[in-house]
Design a protein around this ligand. Structure first.
Ligand code: NAP
Ligand code: G4F
Length: 324
């Protein structure tokens, strides 16, 4: 039975990836950091099938111990300070976790077992102020936030360890991917949760920042499959994972509100608090390399994604739940 370690196990992608690996017959080890309250809501349905281990990307000894004790064949590094807005208020912390954390983990692999296959969660935020449309693997990076800068570091240190130590280290450059398990602070989930609240008479407005930004939004369940496929290749290579389609925040609003027969203009308030010091205006990826070499393609359309998330949030509220 192959064994995989997932860092960022409690996050959106960690939960979908753990489900996928379990369904493929893996023994799954999920790393969680110590917090004062337990928050396993995204993974509680599979918790009894997973070996949960404490560890932190800030603490290299914890990483070494986990690798020595659990001996994984594959490591998926999904842990990060992943919210772009927070990276301006906590730039050093973001660099410690999202950038240097990658070196800590790669170096732990080099020391403990260099045969381990490694997946790095790189990001389309690295393209930032894009110099090419659509963005592909060869497009130069121009990050626009401390988060984007940290991800560029994580990306290049992965390439460097592959070239320096011959590790099977792969970087997936994933464009935005969403789901009912998306954190409530990200714009898609913030919108669908508020649409549900407004529809049910529990709120009367939603405050947002820049409505013109365009993103290539896909479904997280599709994107974790690409991560797994990357580690099954003989040669480690980097891949763009995207839908190839782009929509503005305004189009997301239009799709979500019209689905429940409401007009977004009646509820949206633009609030400077949610504007960013430097914006990424347009992201749209070219996933053709992943299509050709991995046989990967997205299965959920933009409209299906929006509706899935709105439906889920309406149900969540009707059932008396709180957002993840
Ligand atoms: P997420 O929901 O924010 O999950 C992040 C995970 O990282 C959580 O499990 C979090 O644990 C963990 N974490 C944070 N700091 C840590 C630390 N110091 N040590 C150990 N674990 C730590 O993010 P996601 O959307 O699933 O994204 C997964 C990865 O893909 C991230 O690296 C993200 O930057 C990257 N990415 C995401 C997208 C996207 O659109 N979703 C696109 C490209 C790249 P807690 O639960 O304790 O907070
Ligand atoms: O949903 P967002 O916060 O995601 P963002 O910044 O694109 O980052 C996400 O995708 C990256 C991949 O490209 C990941 F690497 C990263 O970890 C994360 O998962 O914001 C999307 C857009 C931005 O242009 C933002 O300015 O929505 C705009 N926006 C407008 N109003 C807002 C809001 N974003 C948020 N979070 N909240 C608002 O009120």
């Amino acid at each position: 039975m192959p064994k995989a370690l997932i860092t960022g196990f409690t996050g959106q992608d960690g939960s979908y990836l753990a489900e996928l690996l379990l369904s493929q017959g893996y023994d799954v080890v999920g790393m969680v950091r110590r917090t004062s309250t337990i928050h396993y809501h995204r993974v509680e349905h599979i918790q009894d099938k997973i070996t949960v281990v404490p560890g932190d990307l800030l603490d290299q000894v914890s990483l070494i111990h986990i690798l020595e004790e659990h001996k994984p064949d594959e490591v998926y590094n999904l842990a990060a300070q992943s919210f772009v807005q927070t990276s301006w208020s906590q730039p050093v912390f973001t660099g410690e976790v999202t950038a240097l954390g990658v070196t800590r983990l790669l170096d732990a692999i080099r020391l403990v077992d260099p045969k381990i296959r490694y997946y790095q969660a790189s990001s389309s935020e690295m393209f930032g102020k894009v110099v090419e449309v659509p963005q592909k693997e060869s497009t130069p990076f121009y990050p626009r936030s401390p988060y984007g800068v940290a991800k560029v570091y994580g990306h290049w240190i992965t390439v460097n360890y592959r070239e320096s130590y011959d590790l099977h280290a792969t970087s997936g450059i994933l464009f935005n991917h969403e789901s009912p398990r998306r954190g409530i602070e990200f714009v898609t989930r913030k919108i669908t949760y508020h649409v549900a609240k407004i529809k049910l008479g529990l709120a009367d407005e939603i405050r947002l920042g820049n409505l013109d930004a365009r993103r290539d939004w896909g479904y997280a369940g599709d994107y974790v499959k690409a991560m797994w496929l990357m580690l099954q290749q003989d040669e480690p290579r980097d891949y763009v994972i995207a839908t190839g389609d782009t929509h503005s925040v305004e189009e997301f609003l239009q799709e979500a509100f019209s689905y429940v027969d409401l007009d977004w203009h009646d509820y949206v308030v633009q609030d400077p608090r949610f504007m960013r010091p430097a914006e990424v205006d347009l992201l749209v990826g070219d996933p053709s390399k992943a299509g050709k070499e991995l046989g990967w393609e997205p299965t959920v359309s933009f409209r299906e994604l929006v509706r899935m998330m709105v439906d889920s949030d309406i149900k969540l509220l009707q059932d008396g739940g709180t957002p993840m």
